[in-house]
Design a protein around this ligand. Sequence first.
Ligand code: SAM
Length: 223
Amino acid sequence: MVKSGLLDKYREAREDMVRLLGDRGISDERVLSAMLKVERHLFVPIPLRSHAYDDAALPIGEGQTISQPFTVAIMTEALRVKDDDKILEIGTGSGYQAAVLAVLGARVFTIERIPSLLKTARQALDGMNVRYVSKSSDGTIGWKEFAPFDGIVVTAGGPEIPKTLVEQLKVGGRLIVPVGSHDFQQLKVVTKKSESNDYTVEDKSDFKFVPLIGRDGWPETDG
Ligand code: SAM
């Protein structure tokens, strides 16, 4: 996960990134410490490694991106992960968000719709000593076999709150999901209140995510 001394030539850049996240308002020390541990450069294409600790989204192929560190931090903070929590991630992408969740102590279940991205993400995640389960599929229908989850994070933007994902939360569990148009989405924190799937919604900041494509997302032609 983290190499010591000379081998970790990105350590200083990672410390600067985490300091910036703190300056931008991320206050959960556990989240900051997890992001200090996970080597983001191992999740970006080799030619882009010198930019791995910029607070920016970067291309990872197939028209997709590794999310901006600030976005990862705000979503992870909103999940309020506790040790051993079962967390479902929709949109594995590079695997970076999954790595941060695993380092926080979560049992991570992650779904990516593009098989080639999942293959690369698995290589990066397998290089770390973390526990996760993954599959390539439409994540908008969740992962019933492992439900209910303590938390679900959707890392692509959809037109509405995916109801199946609310159903797959535990009561008290939180779904973090960007919802809006193609051009921008508002990050929503959905808290499930009862077994009959009542929920409350708290709105966070506006973001621009890649589209959530699937049954409860945008149609395939939008991808
Ligand atoms: N969490 C990722 C990371 O740390 O790199 C961010 C990846 S990117 C912003 C969002 C990902 O969601 C893309 O890889 C995209 O292919 C994927 N995606 C979009 N719709 C999906 C769906 N219905 N099910 C699973 N993955 C989906």
